[in-house]
Ligand binder design. Structure first.
Ligand code: F6R
Length: 315
């Protein structure tokens, strides 16, 4: 396992900077991979049950959106809920589990549940030798390489890309990960500016809603700030009461659609950072990962080893 930071301030920074290379590797590997059998199984299935935890759960939400785009029904479960609130399963449904480590106890339990119900199983997993990768019918590797920082960055991006390739095929556009990473100095300045902020709300619609959830998880993990992700329209149904001068709202999405939100935030003296532009979810999350990293460093925290967290929750 590579334990060298290569001149980066932390493993998290190193791993974010590896994302462009990971994206190229995933595309290269899947260009020649025969996906016909696994795609045929998805095509034939009436329903896809997806289970995962934390960051990987957010990949599941993204995958479910991709499935919807191709007209396939699916539901995403928090893995720890599967055994206690068993999903309604019908014959020929299939299951997908998503995991960086391949050893997460809750995800393994969900997988066992699906297997007991007789479902075919697919994993999107970063560790080919792991328990989960070895126990499914189809394992789709994510080629992200070892991730040492507790907060997942490059593995999330690789998982989203593999889910997209599996469901919708190879993306046409080149990933602009390098362009986003080159904005690091600007993002660092924002982190300095918002160093003493009390809470952060991420808002977005559609894919941007999923990115909001993952952004909030990333920032809360390593800065210990209260952060939440919302679908933009939900702002009016409760979270509005949180807005004050100590709140930062990071709003994803195009300006026209989010104009009411922006106005609402400004009128309540909350701080706003509008991340607009036609960016792919992978490009947008890199932005949030970098912000989380620099905010954590501004606070003098150990970015790679946040308190109370471990890399793989096996128990
Ligand atoms: C957050 C993070 C966790 C994991 C979760 C599942 O940065 O890494 O939320 O995604 O604990 O772990 P895996 O993906 O190993 O199943």
């Amino acid at each position: 396992m590579c334990k060298i930071k290569n001149g980066f301030s932390s493993f998290m920074e190193k791993e974010i900077n590896e994302i462009p290379e990971v994206i190229s590797r995933v595309k290269q590997e899947y260009k020649t991979k025969d996906m016909s059998e696994v795609r045929a199984i998805i095509q034939a299935a009436p329903f896809v049950h997806i289970a995962a935890c934390g960051t990987a759960y957010h990949v599941g939400l993204m995958m479910s959106r991709y499935l919807e785009e191709i007209g396939k029904r699916s539901k995403v479960y928090i893995a720890s809920e599967v055994a206690t609130s068993p999903p309604l399963i019908t014959q020929d449904d299939i299951s997908v589990v998503i995991t960086q480590s391949g050893e997460t106890g809750d995800t393994l339990n969900a997988l066992e549940h699906f297997k007991k119900q007789g479902l075919k199983t697919i994993a999107i997993c970063n560790v080919d030798e792991s328990t989960i990768a070895r126990s499914v019918d189809f394992n789709l590797s994510t080629f992200a390489g070892p991730e040492i920082s507790i907060a997942s960055t490059k593995a999330y991006c690789a998982q989203v890309l593999v889910a997209e390739i599996l469901v919708k095929g190879m993306p046409d556009a080149d990933c602009r990960a390098i362009e986003v990473i080159s904005k690091s100095p600007e993002i660092k300045k924002k982190a300095k500016r918002f160093k003493n902020i009390k809470r952060i709300l991420f808002l977005g619609k559609g894919e941007d809603y999923v990115t909001s959830l993952e952004s909030a998880l990333k920032v809360k993990e390593i800065t210990y700030l209260h952060c939440e992700g919302f679908a933009t329209g939900e702002l009016w149904h409760g979270p509005l009461s949180l807005l004050d001068s100590k709140t930062l709202c990071i709003v994803y999405g195009d300006c026209k659609k989010s104009i009411d939100t922006v106005a609402e935030v400004i009128v309540r003296n909350a701080n706003i950072w509008h991340v607009s532009g036609d960016y792919h979810p992978i490009e947008k999350i890199i932005h949030a990962q970098l912000f989380a990293l620099y905010l954590s460093q501004e606070k003098g925290l150990d970015t790679d080893k946040p308190r109370n967290l471990v890399k793989s929750v096996v128990g």
